[in-house]
Design a protein around this ligand. Structure first.
Ligand SMILES: Cc1cc2nc3c(=O)[nH]c(=O)nc-3n(C[C@H](O)[C@H](O)[C@H](O)COP(=O)(O)OP(=O)(O)OC[C@H]3O[C@@H](n4cnc5c(N)ncnc54)[C@H](O)[C@@H]3O)c2cc1C
Length: 529
């Protein structure tokens, strides 16, 4: 008898689709309902940061996403009156396999994720809106409305990924802590004629208020301007052009608009991400200014953090307590994003003495590579870590310069497959489940680790050179894993499906793995036979 619970994902935005892919990839039956009859054509979130790119690579969708977008190499602040560069922050020095931002319109991101979800067997039901929800000890009762018909349905678990006006959030009752920030943005998405090279996202500083230019694929770009409270829903192309003429010094001409809109900035977060069998993710859990392009990025990483935990629980492999770590790990990240984007918006729109301080800080970031790389790494969400989480466990001493449990798994260059072709950790992570790297040379130990991990993931041996009979392994001639992870010459590193380091140990003792699975992950019984 199949004892796996099914999961209802509400909302086929980037967050709901990422959650659906993660769950389906781990063998959980998923149903996605989406209120809109057709996918949105509104470009919305356009900047995909490095941490999300790493995650999309592990999900197997990065090449498709890259084909629809444009790599951005730098962030630049331009004097809006003269068009002169004030400061430029290059992203090349950021420590990741993807030291760039991928500018891609949100409908393209959603299309790629929907395609991957379909490959994994997920059906997205469009024109279906969740309108009611109650839960008991074993599942969640919902009402799904399509047209004028109400369908009662039941699911084991519900992921509320239905955006800023989330129905599960409203029905469960948690208030959003925060409020309106009182700032409005005018946005347009169209083809653009400009002498500015499409290699950078540019912020135009101007006394009337800032403007932003995000290059997309081909001649397409997004422009955005801080404006006063509007009295219509959308600006006209003429109004957008007038703003561009003033604030971008006549150097940007917008034509063939695809989307014109005003956007009001809110800053808020729910106090809890888990409500029994209902989990909130993405804009349903936190909303904030588009400054720094953090919204969708934070949301898809919520989904990545949640999906593997919910998969373990839905498959009855882990106790539901594991889901509390979703709130514990992601709520502080959301809170920090709300704080940082509020500050960024205030700084970006400051006048007078605060503006002078901002300009000096921008100069430092653009001219001191270490400071610039640190700021770019934070914006790319590469500094997100869960070191204080109960899921982050270190046995043995920390090695200077190496990653700690709870940090994202390093992905150093230098690893090779047995046939000599280069291989990345993110490729190894594309296999479903956990990835356990071990440097143990003992075949019996490796077999025991494999039996202990069972179908929860893969064990990969990392060896300096491939001795005959080494079996399935990855070659690490320069010991990059040893230095980046510091697991000792016979240690292990257990990487979670979302790419973060769970267990680090100086010895590859299978007993440590068993204790970690049972104690930290709440996986009480494994098929170790
Ligand atoms: C006008 C606008 C402009 C934006 N501009 C930017 C930007 O420039 N940069 C940036 O980083 N971010 C921007 N954002 C925010 C960004 O789009 C979000 O952070 C991101 O979309 C969050 O993804 P999500 O999947 O959580 O929610 P959404 O993308 O909102 O997806 C939620 C989905 O759920 C569906 N849904 C809603 N209610 C129900 C229901 N009851 N039943 C079933 N389905 C339901 C909706 O139709 C929607 O498709 C913008 C947002 C808006 C609205």
């Amino acid at each position: 008898m199949d004892t796996t619970d099914d999961v209802l994902v509400v909302g086929a935005g980037p967050v709901g689709l990422t959650a659906a892919c993660g769950l389906a990839g781990l063998g959980v039956p998923v149903r996605v309902v989406e209120a809109l009859d057709q996918p949105t054509t509104e470009s919305r979130a356009v900047g995909v940061h490095a941490r999300s790119l790493e995650m999309f690579a592990a999900l197997g969708v990065l090449p498709r996403l890259e084909a629809r977008g444009r790599r951005i190499a730098a962030l630049e602040v331009v004097d809006g009156r003269t068009g002169r560069s004030r400061t430029r922050l290059d992203l090349a020095g950021v420590s990741t396999r993807h030291p760039y931002i991928l500018d891609v319109a949100q409908p393209d991101t959603e299309a790629v994720l929907a395609e991957r979800a379909a490959e994994l067997g997920v059906v997205v039901q469009r024109g279906v809106t969740l309108t009611a929800l109650t839960q008991d000890a074993d599942g969640v009762e919902v009402t799904l409305r399509s047209g004028d018909r109400d369908e009662p349905a039941r699911a084991g678990w519900v992921v509320g990924a239905d955006g800023g006006h989330s129905s599960p959030r409203r029905l469960l009752g948690p208030p959003l802590d925060g409020g309106l920030h009182g700032q409005h943005l005018a946005q347009a998405d169209g083809d653009v004629d400009t002498p500015f090279a499409p290699d950078a996202i540019r912020m135009f500083a101007h006394p009337d208020g800032m403007g932003m230019l995000f290059p997309l694929a081909g001649p397409r770009a997004r422009v955005m301007f801080l404006v006063g409270a509007p009295d219509t829903d959308a600006p006209t192309l003429e109004q957008i052009q007038a703003l561009a003429d003033t604030r971008m010094g006549g150097r940007v001409a917008v034509r063939r608009p695809r989307w014109l809109t005003y956007f009001e900035v809110h800053h808020a977060q729910v106090p809890r991400y888990r409500h029994g069998r209902v989990l909130l993710a993405g804009d349903a859990a936190h909303i904030h200014s588009p400054a720094g392009a953090q919204g969708m990025n934070t949301g898809v990483q919520d989904a990545a953090n949640l999906a593997w935990k919910l998969a373990l629980v839905a498959r009855r492999r882990a106790a539901p307590d594991l889901l509390d770590t979703y709130h514990d790990e992601r709520h502080p990240v959301g809170a920090a994003v709300v704080r940082a984007t509020t500050t960024l918006t205030d700084i970006g729109t400051a006048t007078g003495p605060p503006a002078a301080i901002r300009d000096a800080a921008q100069f430092v970031l653009g001219h001191i590579p270490r400071a610039g790389n640190a700021a770019a790494g934070r914006m790319a969400e590469l500094t997100v870590q869960y070191r204080d989480s109960p899921l982050s466990v270190r046995h043995g001493r920390h090695h200077a310069g190496a990653a700690r449990a709870g940090e994202h798994a390093p992905d150093p260059a230098g690893l090779r497959r047995r046939d000599g072709t280069p291989v990345a950790i993110e490729e190894l992570l594309a296999g479903p489940g956990f990835l356990l790297l071990t440097r143990s040379a003992d075949a019996g130990t490796v077999d025991d680790l494999r039996r202990t991990l069972g179908d929860l993931g893969a064990v990969v041996r990392v060896v300096r050179d491939a001795a005959p009979g080494a079996g399935d392994c990855v070659l690490d001639p320069d010991d990059v894993v040893g230095r980046a992870y510091g697991p000792g010459p016979a240690g292990l590193a257990l990487i979670r499906p979302d790419g973060y380091l769970g267990l680090l140990a100086d010895t590859a003792d299978p007993q440590l793995l068993r204790r970690y699975l049972a104690g930290a992950l709440h996986v009480p019984e494994l098929s170790t036979a």
